[in-house]
Design a binder for this molecule. Structure first.
Ligand SMILES: O=C(O)C[C@@H](Cc1ccccc1)C(=O)SCC(=O)c1ccccc1
Ligand SMILES: [Zn+2]
Length: 157
């Protein structure tokens, strides 16, 4: 599986809204999903969004795992979310460190909703709803922002 080039923050695609994936396309994007995962892992990320690899589609991968920056991050199997929609998010917020593969050498504390409920299509094309909290909810909000052309420095107080 190839690794793909990662757009840096000056790339226009990172400042645009990505397009929904049509249901017939779900079959066609399987290779892209594998390449996004490989690219994220090679970059030691815990998430990635399709616009970061120059693909203007509403696809994210969420893959929290402990790493040297985040030794207490929960471990989870990577999840590909197609056309993710945040249905609800808690009023309760929390601040935590974020970084971005497209904004190298930058870390900042960002305030995010502590919990959220999200609906998305899986890579096998079934619709799923699920709730997340904490660091995984943070990653999801960060990745969904990428689909709307928002980078985390724009979220700083
Ligand atoms: O640019 C991306 O979407 C990947 C980004 C995801 C992310 C990290 C931390 C909080 C929210 C979203 C990264 O994986 S940056 C690299 C990293 O592993 C990391 C950086 C700072 C804190 C924790 C992890
Ligand atoms: Zn990012």
């Amino acid at each position: 599986t190839r690794t793909l080039a990662i757009a840096t923050h000056d790339a226009p695609i990172l400042h645009q809204r990505a397009q929904e994936v049509g249901d017939i396309q779900v079959h066609a994007i399987q290779t892209l999903l594998d390449e996004m995962l490989t690219t994220m892992q090679a970059a030691n990320g815990v998430g990635i969004a399709a616009p970061q690899v120059f693909v203007p589609l509403r696809i994210i991968i969420v893959a929290s795992q402990p790493n040297k920056r985040y030794p207490d991050a929960p471990f989870m199997e990577p999840i590909a979310m197609i056309n993710p929609e945040i249905l609800w998010q808690s009023d309760t917020t929390c601040s935590g460190w974020e970084g971005c593969l497209s904004v190298p050498d930058t870390r900042a504390q960002v305030k995010r909703a502590e919990r959220l409920r999200i609906r998305y299509w899986t890579r096998t094309g079934e619709q799923v709803e699920a709730e997340y909290s904490g660091f995984v909810a943070r990653i999801i909000q960060h990745e969904c922002d990428h689909l709307d052309g928002i980078l985390f420095p724009e979220r700083l107080e």
